[in-house]
Ligand binder design. Structure first.
Ligand code: D41
Length: 675
């Protein structure tokens, strides 16, 4: 059926609109239409084309996908070979490049060469041919002379227009560019592969290459590919521009995507500055680059310069230093961080990677070390990307020597000699010398003085930093030995503030056992656990002597906390510091129930709380019950005397009913505790 003239015109108008919005979205990255409205236009066009197949053209926006899989790719002969790029690996090589050019061009010393610069994208070079403005062929670079015909795959990339925009484009235009896969798309693709248990791509470059070489364009269409054009191959006579910058401007006008990072530079010094700038923003670009490319801007100069072998004399790629190198692990040592975490660090044969010489690389933690199975003597891949700390990526197992040595977690902290703990199922091992260990001093003292701990007003992070750095304070006990002179000598410390700090220190000596326990910074002992511990044990001596079984009798204390508490109090240095603190006069009121437990109103009664209380928090209820001599247990047993059921009580409530244990509501509880 032939379409009415009106319909044909409407179809053409739809195509114009779709192309316009496609260009805004994919080339200019400036969408002005919702996805839904864009899809509606595309569907309307599709319907009309289905009704009037005569109207379908090769460059219609509906023709991006839908081509059938092919058996193999045809070869494409590049009439103008796609040249390769020479590399410069350092500043000197770039300066030499500039000098050679100037000599050949016979420029005098005052004349600088103008260079067009752009990032060197880590993708795959392609050639795309437009005839009368329509895309007719897309090919890979191949060896530069012969590539593969990947037209159907190329057409699925939305950033590549099927029709050039504007009206002044040449009858024949062959453009060259780099197909890439942006990192975000790459990560998503690999996440999907992981989810399906499929093999992941090693890097975005391989993923882009693999996607473009699919025999089924339907697969390529699902891959997040993008492109930047960087040059013109063939072009009809009379259409060529005199410089690279102008040529790129024409490409932009014709709807082709050119790098927004491209720049026009004068002289080699500007090239070096450009290199440094792009190197600096490398990590923030949405795609991988492996250097920058400098090209002589003037085409008449290019003509004079010509090329050698397969590379033009007028262009050079200045490569970024490799981010990965191999070297040998000489030893593995353990560093202790501010919080006591032990980090295995590999000592390496020095190797130049990511622009610096690296002789140490982190292994993060024991899990990582074991997962990668790094042994002393191994040859490993070291990675240093940007300013990130160097890390060991993998072991080259084939190169493992017979005498390689496994790494063991040390039993004692390499900094202070305290026991090293590594709870089951935890990746991180830690030093237990919390109060004493020089590696943890600052953090331990900051925590000790903080508001919810000993609440020493005026002793904040900055003051602690200075006190520790000057060596005046080594342990929390040293805080109480500070003098007015010590404090006044600190940066920006007025005598009045120094006096205030001394007063605050004095005041902090009157505290509670719970605060004191919390202030010690025992791992996993937060405020609530400190409170439970202080309520359960008669005094500090009893707590310090408690074994794990005794500790686990305390509300909310399980094996992990019990083990941390036990280990902490077993460290001689920790005990010494606690003694020193007490000697400085730190005191807390003895808990009332300790005076005479059995005289308290709820002495010996065991309570279990379940559900939400309305008038007070669970913690308030617990501490009030304990004050009155009661014990608060976590689960219902035959020893339970009362179960307090709040709103929406849980299984404990049913269990109590089944066992015939008294259940009381919040009202009754309040009466009981006298609130
Ligand atoms: O971004 C790139 N990968 C890139 C590659 C670029 N920006 N410019 C390039 N310029 C050329 C010349 C100077 C030869 C036209 C290139 C390449 N070539 C290239 N890509 C793959 C081989 C050569």
């Amino acid at each position: 059926m032939t379409a009415p003239k009106q319909t044909a015109a409407h179809v053409e108008e739809l195509r114009q609109q779709i192309r316009h919005h496609n260009h805004l979205y994919y080339v200019l990255d400036d969408p002005q239409l919702s996805d839904a409205r864009y899809d509606r236009l595309l569907r309307e066009l599709g319907k009309l084309e289905a009704k009037y197949p005569d109207l379908i053209t090769e460059d219609s926006p509906t023709q991006r996908v839908g081509a059938k899989p092919v058996k193999a790719f045809n070869q494409v002969h590049h009439r103008l070979p796609m040249l390769s790029l020479d590399n410069a690996f350092d500043e000197d090589e770039l300066r030499n490049f500039d000098r050679r050019l100037r000599d050949r061009l016979k420029l005098d010393d005052s004349e600088e060469v103008e260079y067009a610069a752009e990032p060197k994208l880590d993708g795959l070079a392609v050639s795309i041919l437009y005839e009368d403005g329509s895309l007719v062929r897309g090919a890979t670079r191949g060896d530069g002379r012969t590539g593969e015909d990947v037209t159907h795959n190329i057409k699925t990339i939305h950033a590549i227009p099927l029709r050039l925009t504007g009206s002044d484009h040449p009858p024949l235009l062959e453009v060259r560019g780099e197909v890439i896969m942006p990192r975000a798309g790459f990560d998503a693709l690999n996440a999907r592969a992981r989810g399906k248990g499929e093999k992941e791509f090693v890097n975005p470059r391989n993923a882009a290459a693999g996607s473009l070489r699919q025999l089924d364009p339907g697969i390529t269409a699902q891959r997040p590919l993008d492109i930047y054009f960087y040059g013109i191959g063939e072009i009809s006579a009379g259409h060529a521009a005199p410089t690279h910058a102008m040529a790129m401007q024409l490409l932009r006008q014709w709807g082709l995507k050119v790098s927004p990072e491209s720049a026009l530079l004068t002289g080699v010094e500007q090239c070096l500055a450009y290199y440094a700038a792009i190197f600096g923003k490398r990590g923030s670009l949405p795609y991988d680059i492996d250097g920058v490319v400098f090209k002589v801007n003037r085409f008449d100069y290019r003509e004079t310069l010509g090329f050698v072998a397969r590379a033009p004399r007028w262009a050079i790629a200045q490569k970024f230093p490799a981010e990965e190198e191999t070297t040998i692990v000489k030893d593995v040592e353990f560093q202790v961080g501010r919080t006591g975490a032990l980090t295995p660090v590999a000592r390496l044969d020095p190797v130049f990677v990511g622009g610096v010489t690296v002789s140490n690389a982190t292994l993060h933690n024991m899990d990582e070390l074991q997962r990668k199975d790094v042994r002393i003597g191994d040859t490993v891949v070291v990675r240093r990307a940007g300013d990130v700390i160097p890390e060991i990526v993998s072991v080259i197992k084939k190169k493992r020597p017979g005498k390689s040595r496994k790494v063991r977690l040390p039993a004692k902290c390499p900094v202070c000699g305290a026991d090293v703990e590594r709870p089951e199922n935890e990746a991180v091992a830690r030093c237990s010398g919390g109060l004493y260990c020089p590696a943890q001093r600052k953090e331990a003292i900051k925590h000790f003085a903080s508001r919810r701990a000993m609440d020493v007003d005026g002793v904040g992070d900055k003051i602690v930093d200075q006190l520790v750095e000057t060596g005046i304070v080594k342990t929390p006990a040293d805080l109480y030995r500070l003098s007015l002179e010590n404090l006044s000598a600190l940066d920006r410390m007025a005598e009045k503030s120094a006096g205030n700090i001394l007063e605050a220190l004095e005041k902090s000596k009157q505290t509670s056992l719970a605060r004191f326990l919390f202030a010690l910074g025992i791992r996993e002992v937060g405020e609530a656990t400190a409170l439970s511990l202080s309520a359960y044990f008669t005094d500090l001596d009893e707590l310090m002597a408690a074994d794990e079984e005794a500790l686990m009798a305390v509300q909310d204390v399980g094996t992990v906390v019990a083990s941390h508490v036990r280990t902490f109090f077993q460290q001689t240095h920790n005990k010494e510091i606690i003694d020193a603190l007490l000697a400085q006069g730190i005191r807390w009121p003895v808990e009332p129930r300790a005076a005479s437990d059995d005289q308290l109103p709820l002495a010996g009664k065991v309570f279990v709380l379940t559900g939400t209380l309305d008038k007070l928090t669970r913690d308030q209820a617990k501490s009030r019950l304990r004050e009155l001599g009661a014990k608060v247990a976590g689960s219902v047993s035959r020893k339970t005397d009362f179960v307090v059921a709040g709103e929406k009580p849980g299984s404990k409530y049913e269990k109590a009913l089944n066992m015939g244990i008294s259940v009381i509501d919040e009202e009754a509880l309040l009466q009981l505790i006298g609130k």
